[in-house]
Design a binder for this molecule. Structure first.
Ligand code: HEC
Ligand code: HEC
Length: 195
């Protein structure tokens, strides 16, 4: 089962930008299990505009052995995030120190209570880890939540909760938040303010 996952999510399961497959290494077991269940029952990855979600949903419906799925998810949740070689060629975004400071303030005010001070996730709030996810994936998911491509279903309580939150931040403010989240795992380049 695991080799299938690596085809898209990368050798280290730390995401492959080219295939739009996010990092899943080190994500919480609870979240992994819940998202795969959602892909299977159609509360995620069913919207007509969600082509990447549909891709994952078509894999999820083949995962019919609960025991191996649990083992795979347990294994993935214990992995450490290691940047995939295939992602090293993608140009890293640059953020200035003042952008990061703003991003940090907005993040702590609007996201940190659920996702944790270092975006490490918090199972008690059912909020996933974010600091291993790429800027592109984060932006895309925020847009998906905002326009109900994700989290719009009446049976998707936590998706709906996050969909409400996605509407409280946009534009430059959201860019700064995402820069801040990615600075926690060195996924961006930090520049001086005067450059
Ligand atoms: C054909 C490519 C492909 C394969 C194979 C694949 N995935 Fe995915 N997966 C994706 C894509 C693309 C997404 C992003 C979906 C989206 O945009 O919402 C995704 C999303 C996910 C998510 C949600 C991550 C998050 O942060 O919300 C989980 C969990 C996941 N995959 C687990 C797995 C597991 C476990 C396997 C192996 C059994 C697997 N995937 C195999 C392409 C794939
Ligand atoms: C009230 C708690 C709460 C707050 C506040 C909150 N979130 Fe979330 N967030 C969640 C929950 C719960 C989920 C999981 C939704 C699901 O199950 O699909 C989530 C999911 C996400 C995801 C999807 C991650 C993935 O792996 O696909 C992103 C991105 C995200 N949140 C970003 C943010 C940002 C940025 C903010 C601040 C602007 C924020 N969240 C504020 C609870 C919250």
């Amino acid at each position: 089962m695991l080799t299938v996952c690596k085809d898209c999510h990368g050798k280290n399961l730390s995401g492959q930008e080219m295939l739009n497959a996010p990092a899943i290494a080190g994500q919480s077991l609870l979240y992994l299990t819940r998202q795969i269940a959602k892909f299977r029952n159609g509360s995620r990855g069913k919207h007509k505009d969600d082509s990447t979600g549909q891709q994952m949903a078509s894999i999820a419906i083949t995962l019919n052995d609960p025991e191996s799925l649990l083992e795979v998810n347990q294994y993935i949740s214990r992995l450490t995030f290691i940047e995939e070689v295939t992602n090293l060629n993608t140009t890293k975004a640059t953020a200035s120190i003042s952008q990061l400071r703003l991003g940090s303030n907005y993040y702590q005010a609007k996201c940190g209570a659920c996702h944790g001070g270092n975006a490490q996730g918090n199972d008690k709030m059912l909020a996933p880890r974010l600091n291993h996810l790429s800027p592109t994936y984060l932006l895309k998911q925020m847009a998906n939540f905002s326009n109900a491509t994700r989290g719009g279903g009446s049976d998707d309580k936590y998706g709906r909760q996050m969909a409400m939150m996605a509407k409280i931040s946009a534009g430059q403010e959201l860019d700064n938040i995402i820069m801040f989240i990615n600075s926690l795992t060195n996924k961006i380049i930090v520049s001086d303010d005067n450059e």
